[in-house]
Ligand binder design. Sequence first.
Ligand SMILES: *Cc1c(COP(=O)(O)O)cnc(C)c1O
Length: 347
Amino acid sequence: MKPVDLRSDTITQPTAAMRAAMAAAPLGDDVFGDDPSVNALQEKIAGLLGFEAALFVPTGTQSKICGVLSHCQRGDEYIVGQMQHCYRWEGGGAAVFGSVQPQPLNHQPDGSLALADIEAAIKPDDPHFARSRLLALENTLGGQVLPLAYLEQATALARSRGLATHLDGARLFNAAVAQAAQSGRDARGEARRIARNFDSVSVCFSKGLGAPVGSALCGSKELIARARRIRKMAGGAMRQSGLLAAAASYALDHHIDRLAEDHALARRLADGLAGIPGLQVEPPQTNILFVDLVGPARERSAALIPYLAQQGVLATGLYRLRFVTHLDVDAAGVDRAAAAIRSFFAA
Ligand SMILES: *Cc1c(COP(=O)(O)O)cnc(C)c1O
């Protein structure tokens, strides 16, 4: 039987319809700017999120390098959360490639950075200090949705102090769909409401949206022109990349609203794990479920992931397990995962 793969929403395979869209895509050479499928995708995502322009890049990591380096010069700094991808999980890329120093801050329990902490981290114009230039937030952060009112306040604070703002929206559409479920409004509108607070936004097509490869950076024409230069230096200017852009376009047309199904599956898994002694289940807001092992259960943690793998259930973590739902899991798979975890702790 095919394993139930809950390691990440990056593992999805393109669907038959997505592959057909890729095969049918008209192609050019994007370095010459004449790949119609890349141009169409860039216009689509920029329009959807309310920006002038967008740039298609191979990875989320590269979209951030392009974003941070387009906002910042050598000796500038960006204010960022300790757990954010562009600080913690990208090999220090902004510092390595851009000589841009991060100023990391601790998160509040809801994933936000306290306004007072942001304020206190912004340095005065003094030769002792790096120049505070950019505030970078992430939404969703570990599956948590940052409240809209908070995004408005944090970015207004940054702007009032002359900082630019960037959103790592790798899972922006998960946030938008969760918000739409609360507000009763449309998910695309919610995505725009989130994005309009920022000077630039990056989104991943290769996560919950289900495309095989690709991210986009959105911003003003001027910012995207600078980002294009950085993408070239980073080796990310591709040729017949319309093949990939077509998959991303297909995902934007067909895979946004269905993220609600992934969110429902994460809740189903959380419900399936309720009441197992030693497991502390964090109620999921979107498609990522964290489960902490507490008490005596911690002593068995090293054996759990290998046991689950034997049972055909893939996940990550040690004392804090992470389960991610996506296009390629269904209710039966989630139930199998819950049953396997239950049987481990029953033994
Ligand atoms: C996955 C992810 C990225 C990086 O994307 P890659 O395509 O793996 O480089 C960036 N930010 C966040 C929040 C992510 O989850």
